[in-house]
Design a protein around this ligand. Sequence first.
Ligand code: IYR
Length: 221
Amino acid sequence: MSDARFEPLDFERLIESEMRRRVAENLATMRRRRSVREFTREPVPWDVVQAAVEAAGTAPSGANMQPWTFVAVTDPDLKRAIREAAEEEERRNYEGRMPDDWLEALQPLGTSPDKPHLEDAPVVIVVFEQAYGVRPDGTKAKHYYVRESVGIAIGFLLQALHRAGLATLTHTPSPMGFLRGLLDRPENERAVVVIPVGYPAAEATVPVIGRKPLEEILVRR
Ligand code: IYR
């Protein structure tokens, strides 16, 4: 017998004019989201970070296991340690570990092994995926579609932070094994992404890039 419990759906049906107004407003806002690599050291409101992470936690996940942990680092010593470890790995990447075609693909972005943003940004959110859960009694709970679930949650997080007026960078130092030790996370957790969060420096620039036109990314059948 199933012990599933159901409740009425809380759904707001919109008239089409309101649908269009909202989707256009969202598109205009999201078009302005950019990956930012230059931050001021100005602190950001902690309650805004909290609400953005709570929004990320509403993401759908395999069997609703919510296989994620968001570690929001504000401690300057910890941020420095993350920067130093990330730069060490990245130096090896740029100086030989990345094949030429990868370096070539990154050329337009102007990235380098120097990661001052990992220290300058007032908050650095490290998102961990939980390969499995640990129940209160210590037994393991299986998690499903972990990477997909965490990827969706990261998307929610980036959107929430952007809409709240904060800049972010989606950074994936490679390999990221050092983050579990530095941040004292349990052995079922693996870092997926590092997200510096803050205000862009007044003189911040971003690479000139394009977005694929709708005709190229949407297929109607
Ligand atoms: N992880 C390196 C290299 C890098 C890789 C990709 I794929 C990017 O889109 C950007 C950078 C770095 O952070 O510099």
